[in-house]
Write a new protein. Structure first.
Length: 598
């Protein structure tokens, strides 16, 4: 089986990686990617372009030197990637102190945290793997009453380092979060191994692969610990004396780059061969990987595959742009960001930003300033709505629905967005209806008026429109609000012959044709012109209604029409056969509704 697996290997890659918080980082020749599964279960991806090794200074590409560079890059980059993964999973949003540092002191908080983490990490490493073994060895010398030779000292200290390292890993593995990180570490190895075997990167294929790998950082650390014994012993043998105390610690720190460089070259060389002769050199690292990796679940494998594929694609195509994580944000900060974005695109309306954020989150506008986080999924949705709004699409089309007389109404480009003043029309019509009455919503559009009439009365409601698209939207809104309405495809009254109604209500097109080009971009470019253009003087549809509506009304029936702010008087003149008429004003005191009784 093992021989078959070896023969199956058809390709090699220099893509490597590391486990991060609830995710995996993969790094290739020209790019790096972090994939993290957030609290909503969505895989978030961030990619970046990196300088390829071939483009570096020739000196930095020399053997051993390149190992030192790789070691430093791994230290700094590893912490950076861990911090970035934390931005996605968990709290995510920087604290107020971090923001104050960034805004007032112009300090890159991430750089500060990365630097501090690096310093603390190095200090801990020096304490655990240099000072502590040396301290224990001196205690042994005092206890035994002897002084060890140069090679004995270094072998004893090296053995203590290995013991401390293994104990450290075992202690860390007791923590739940670390165990999950080890599982992601396993997913990283399995994914790379699957690719190197020439298999398609599927969850099933990855799951079957080994979770240990020749190029793992665990093996690198084992090599560092072992090679440090030889390097330090050779150094002391070369200078002809054994160094002690603080000077010994400093010498080991100075020699660490050489140790790292040699370890890197050994790791690189052994990774290129499957010859069993070299297995004894690989075995210690592979055995320790059994601790630092665990079998991942399928979701973890999906994350690792996502990161690997991203690097593979970016390394193969330099035109693919880098991308950033969508991370959690505070409500108030997100609101400010949306408001500033809208303003930059000429939409200087604070209420729109409030509506976008509050409606997406399902909260009241008064709750927007609460000190609460918005999940990455919601941030992504809000930013997508903001982007659509910046392109000119009307706010409520972006949101997808609006409220009308207390009812939820779906809206999109199939029909006009119901206006607040139209609520007055619907409320007046609903108040006239009694049990057993019949009502017609002529030019129904989204069906907002018809839904209100059906919900607020026990009347039989019919809704008509010339647009099949508008009628389909109106039907969806009737179903959404659980009301029964009869829908008729009709050009005004054409398909309603023989019917009589107690109330006819209509908000027909009433914009003058010449004024259509002067409408706001949101209306002109997105809302259907067939629902807006009322002809040369804007009264074409009122003429049809004035002529035909009396034939479709029962005795004493009422006609309610919404009109343009300057059209009420002209419409009343058209309603010559009405028994009496009345003009009803809107919220701004403008003539908005004409009521006629026949």
């Amino acid at each position: 089986m093992k021989n078959a697996e070896k023969r199956a290997k058809t390709r090699r890659t220099m893509i490597g990686g590391q486990a991060v918080l609830e995710g995996v980082m993969m790094r290739g020749e020209k790019s790096a990617a972090i994939a993290v599964r957030d609290e909503d279960g969505i895989i978030r991806l961030e990619t970046e372009r990196i300088k390829p090794a071939s483009a570096r200074n020739k000196f930095l590409r020399l053997p051993i030197v390149r190992g030192v560079c790789s070691f430093i890059t791994a230290l700094v980059g590893g912490i950076k990637y861990l911090m970035r993964s934390a931005d996605v999973y968990g709290e995510g949003e920087p604290s107020r102190f971090k923001k104050w540092m960034a805004e007032k002191l112009k300090v890159n908080v991430m750089s500060v945290v990365t630097t501090l983490s690096l310093v603390i990490g190095l200090a801990l490493a020096v304490f655990l793997f240099i000072w502590l073994p040396q301290f224990v060895r001196t205690l042994l010398e005092r206890w035994c009453g002897i002084t060890f030779g140069i090679w004995a000292k270094n072998f004893i200290e090296g053995g203590l380092k290995l013991i401390i390292f293994i104990a450290y890993i075992l202690l860390c593995s007791l923590l739940k979060d670390i165990r999950r990180t080890f599982m992601y570490h396993g997913a990283e190895h399995k994914t790379i191994s699957c690719y190197e075997k020439g298999l398609p990167l599927t969850v099933d294929n990855v799951r079957k692969c080994r979770r240990v790998h020749d190029r793992c950082g665990t093996t690198f650390i084992v090599f560092v610990l072992v090679i440090s014994i030889i390097v330090y012993a050779c150094f002391e043998a070369l200078i002809g004396t054994s160094v002690e105390g603080v000077l010994r610690v400093l010498c080991k720190i100075v020699l660490l780059p050489i140790v790292a460089g040699l370890s890197y070259e050994l790791l690189r060389a052994l990774a290129k061969t499957e010859n069993p002769v070299f297995l004894p050199l690989k075995a210690p690292g592979l055995l320790l990987q059994r601790i630092t990796t665990r079998e991942p679940d399928d979701k973890m494998i999906e994350v690792a595959i996502t990161a690997f594929n991203a690097v593979l694609e970016m390394d193969g195509d330099e035109s693919i742009p880098a991308r950033k994580f969508v991370t959690a944000e505070k409500r108030v900060d997100l609101l400010k960001e949306v408001s500033e974005t809208l303003k930059a695109h000429g939409i200087d309306e604070a209420a729109e930003a409030e509506w976008i954020v509050s409606l997406t989150l399902g909260i009241k506008r008064g709750q927007l300033k609460e000190d609460k986080n918005v999940s990455p999924a919601m941030v992504e949705k809000i930013k997508a709505l903001t982007e659509a709004r910046c392109k000119g699409r009307p706010l409520w089309y972006c949101v997808g629905d609006t409220e009308f007389c207390g009812y939820k109404i779906k809206v999109d480009e199939r029909a006009l967005i119901p206006r607040p003043e139209t609520e007055i029309l619907a409320e007046k019509a609903a108040a006239l209806l009694k049990e057993g009455d019949t009502a017609l919503d002529l030019c129904t559009g989204s069906g907002a008026i018809a839904v209100t009439l059906a919900a607020k009365s026990s009347a039989k409601v019919t809704a008509s429109d010339i647009s099949e698209d508008a009628l389909s939207l109106a039907e969806e809104n009737a179903e959404l609000n659980g009301v029964k309405i009869e829908f008729v495809l009709s050009d005004m009254f054409d398909n309603l012959k023989g019917r009589k109604f107690d109330v006819i209500v209509s908000n027909p097109p009433y914009i003058k044709s010449a004024d259509m080009e002067n409408l706001q971009r949101e209306i002109k470019d997105y809302e259907p012109s067939v629902a807006l253009d009322g002809g040369k003087d804007g009264l074409d549809f009122y003429r049809i209604i004035a002529k035909k509506a009396p034939k479709f009304l029962n005795d004493g029936g009422t006609l309610l029409l919404e009109v343009g702010y300057d059209q009420a008087a002209d419409v009343i003149k058209l309603l010559k056969s009405a028994k009496n008429t009345e003009i009803i004003k809107d919220y701004e005191g403008k003539d908005r509704i004409v009521k006629a009784v026949f």
